[in-house]
Design a binder for this molecule. Structure first.
Ligand SMILES: *[C@@H]1O[C@H](CO)[C@@H](O)[C@H](O)[C@H]1NC(C)=O
Length: 202
């Protein structure tokens, strides 16, 4: 599979502070009634996104000394108001952290702080936030090429991912079966805010 990305636009983005590109910050919760992954927070740890296991943040002491770290324990995300369809981590670190889909398996990953490094074929676009009629929340969708190959379009939570019992790795359905048992779910925004939840995610 080959996916073209707007790499020039991305390089420009990485070099700048994130906040000026951000439309809004939001937390994400998984919805699949009657399943073990219903109403769970989607969290960042180890450069992957997960359900279960907690959010992994880092705050450099120099930044902490000037009260630059949010000191929350949750993960949030952000939409890029200029580059259509990009999803960002809610991180304060200069350059930000960008979410990408690993094209070898569909895993949702994010760049390390101070680095734009990601695989050449990483998928960055086709994320959308839509508000169902009358709803107070929005749903995050990925409109990629997986179609219904795995019985569900969009996002999957799979328990065969490393990380222990009760932990589910988050994947986009790119038509490749991820490890373990996968459940298709809807990702909905919960808290919408004006600030990132972490200095950086690790
Ligand atoms: C994943 O879920 C399936 C179905 O509930 C279960 O049979 C299996 O043991 C689980 N695997 C892991 C690694 O937890």
């Amino acid at each position: 599979m080959k996916t073209t990305i707007a790499s020039a636009a991305l390089a420009g983005f990485i070099a700048s502070a994130q906040a000026q590109f951000v439309d809004r910050y939001f937390d994400l919760m998984s919805v699949l009634p009657g399943s073990p992954i219903d109403s769970q927070n989607i969290e960042a740890a180890g450069q992957h996104l997960w359900i279960g296991g907690g959010s992994a943040h880092y705050c450099p002491s120099s930044v902490d000394a000037s009260n630059g770290c949010p000191h929350t324990t949750f993960t949030n995300f952000a939409s890029n108001k200029y580059t259509y369809g990009e999803l960002l981590m809610g991180a304060n670190v200069p350059g930000g952290q960008t979410v990408y889909i690993d094209a070898t398996c569909g895993a949702l990953r994010y760049t390390q702080a101070h680095s734009a490094v990601m695989p050449n074929d990483a998928i960055l676009v086709k994320w959308t936030l839509t508000q169902p009629a009358g709803a107070s929340y929005q749903t995050l969708n990925w409109a990629g090429q997986g179609g219904s190959a795995l019985g569900h379009e969009g996002l999957l939570a799979c328990n065969g991912t490393e990380g222990g019992e009760g932990r589910y790795g988050i994947y986009a359905n790119i038509g490749i079966t991820p490890p373990g048992h996968c459940l298709g779910f809807e990702a909905v925004t919960t808290r919408i805010s004006g600030s990132p939840a972490a200095w950086q995610y690790i």
